[in-house]
Design a protein around this ligand. Structure first.
Ligand SMILES: [Zn+2]
Length: 224
């Protein structure tokens, strides 16, 4: 992947899939379809609730939370009043749940957030919360199946809340052979260039701490 692909500014590495509807790195389509075929045989239907997401979409999420137009939660899930918090506090709260634009693994097309299409009742609004995937939750059986089987197809969970600064996300799976190369190629300098050119709220603070943020949220991930 080139720098534009690594930071989600172009989608030349992405293929659109109709069934299940998603957008993936061209080399991730076949492994994902194999995983889904095996899951269907076992009674589950893992479908990506999100897959490829571009830089501008991530920028909209970031700026919406920073400005207080979107709800902002801290790492423990408590609502943060954007107008009563410092820019530094807002950045910390955003990063607990959302990636810095340019630093999302979803830019690579290698990462997906799975839900179980068979377990989702009509009209249900998917939230991607830990409760949905914990024992007794709607997607707990799928989470268990993925935990046991995803590695056979090359997928792993990068966010287990251990080494990565990102909160534990039991729904987020990554295709290791392509994603690990991308992770190594997304150097701090590549990220810096993308952020410098973007209308990002809090940009000066982010750039001043960029090496630290890169280490916490890009370089450090959890392996099985
Ligand atoms: Zn995700």
């Amino acid at each position: 992947m080139n720098d534009g692909e690594l930071t989600g500014q172009v989608r030349t590495h992405i293929a659109d899939v109709l069934e299940p509807a998603c957008a993936l790195h061209a080399h991730v389509v076949a492994p994902l379809l194999s995983l889904r075929r095996a899951a269907l045989a076992d009674g589950f239907d893992p479908v990506p609730h999100s897959s490829f997401r571009d830089f501008s979409r991530q920028l909209t999420i970031w700026n919406g939370k920073f400005s207080g137009e979107r709800p902002l939660l801290d790492a423990s899930g408590q609502r943060v009043d954007a107008s009563a918090s410092t820019p530094h506090e807002r950045i910390e709260a955003i990063l607990a749940w959302s990636a810095l634009p340019g630093a999302s693994r979803h830019h690579w097309g290698t990462d997906v957030d799975f839900i179980d299409g068979r377990a989702t009742p009509p009209g249900y609004r998917v939230q991607l919360t830990p409760e949905e995937f914990a024992p007794g939750g709607l997607y707990a059986p799928l989470a268990e199946w993925l935990e046991a089987n995803a590695a056979r197809f090359g997928f792993f969970r990068p966010f287990r809340g251990v080494l990565s600064g990102v909160q534990a996300e039991p729904w987020h799976f990554s295709f290791a052979p392509v994603a690990d190369q991308a992770r190594r190629n997304l150097r701090p300098a590549v990220l810096r260039k993308a952020i410098e050119a973007a209308p990002l709220l809090g940009k000066e603070l982010v750039l001043a701490r960029l090496d630290e943020l890169h280490a916490r949220y890009v370089a450090n991930i959890d392996w099985p």
